[in-house]
Design a protein around this ligand. Structure first.
Ligand SMILES: [Zn+2]
Length: 73
C-alpha cells in the first residue's frame, strides 16, 4: 500500500475513442465523444424492453358509488 494516485495520475481513457480524457470533458476526451456515448446509452436504453409499467387503474365498470344505487328505473 504505497501511493495510490487519487487525482494526479494517468488520466482515464475516453471510453469512446480511448484518448486520454480531459478534465473539462470527463470522462470523455471531448464533447463529441460525450455525445457519442450518450447516443449509445440511449440506444441501449431503448433496446431494453420496457417493463410493463404502471398499471393504470381502469374504472371499474359496474359499481358506481355516487350515482344512486337505487337508480331511476
Ligand atoms: Zn474520445
Amino acid at each position: 500500500m504505497t501511493g495510490r494516485p487519487t487525482s494526479s495520475g494517468r488520466p482515464p481513457a475516453c471510453p469512446v475513442c480511448g484518448e486520454p480524457a480531459l478534465p473539462a470533458h470527463r470522462p470523455f476526451c471531448s464533447v463529441r465523444c460525450g455525445e457519442v456515448d450518450l447516443q449509445r446509452w440511449l440506444a441501449g436504453a431503448y433496446a431494453i424492453p420496457a417493463e410493463e409499467g404502471e398499471e393504470q387503474p381502469s374504472d371499474e365498470p359496474g359499481d358506481d358509488p355516487g350515482q344512486g344505487r337505487h337508480g331511476s328505473l
